[in-house]
Design a protein around this ligand. Structure first.
Ligand code: ATP
Ligand code: MG
Length: 180
């Protein structure tokens, strides 16, 4: 399982459709200050369902939508798709490639899709549980995350280990069961 491609359209500083292809192994993103490197990571977090605008370095929901530039009009919506290789069937779905897509409008609506089929954020979350990829997984280690893991919050540290051991799913199911 690895990240194959990220498709951006209207997300932050990427008004034009931009496909970023990742190969197996290590990819580095380099570029001058302000060229959009962190925006690429924000896009990955956002498509996985990040709801905290602050952690996406914005003030309001629509800050992820291209705001316009000298020669380009603002966009009314943005769209990010993350394409993950699933040839080893680590993600529990019958496809060798999984696409997770999120679209948002200035009005505040957000839509999610799994392999182009409309779904809820809950479905994305459930699909990625125990894969380490989800919003609460450990596939994105941002600044401060290591401190958070090593810090003295036992519950948060436990969540990382639960995810790595593949037991988040059971904890989640238990919580969901208790709700009913
Ligand atoms: P650094 O090396 O300083 O960390 P970086 O490559 O990580 O820089 P980013 O933070 O990803 O840069 O990009 C910042 C740029 O993105 C700024 O120029 C900002 O104006 C632009 N930007 C952010 N949100 C939007 C938006 N909604 N519309 C248009 N441009 C945006
Ligand atoms: Mg940066």
């Amino acid at each position: 399982m690895y990240l194959k491609r990220l498709e951006l359209k209207g997300f932050k500083s990427f008004p034009n459709k931009t496909d970023i292809i990742f190969e197996k192994g290590i990819t580095s993103i380099v570029g001058p200050n302000g060229s959009g490197k962190s925006n690429v990571l924000d896009a990955i977090r956002w498509v996985l369902g990040e709801q905290s605008i602050k952690s996406l370095r914005g003030d309001k929901l629509e800050d992820v939508i291209f705001i316009g530039a000298d020669n380009k009009k603002p966009m009314n919506y943005c769209e990010v798709a993350l394409i993950i290789d699933n040839s080893e069937n680590i993600i529990n779905i019958d496809y060798s490639e999984v696409s997770i897509k999120r679209r948002a409008y200035r009005s505040g609506e957000s839509e999610f899709y799994i392999n182009n089929k409309a779904c809820r954020l809950k479905d994305v979350k459930e699909l990625l549980l125990d894969t380490g990829i989800g919003r609460e997984g450990y596939s994105i280690i941002e600044q401060g995350k290591i401190d958070e893991i090593l810090g003295n919050n036992v519950n948060n540290r436990r969540k990382v280990f639960d995810e790595a051991c593949g037991i988040s799913k059971y904890r989640y199911k238990k919580q969901e069961g208790e709700k009913n």
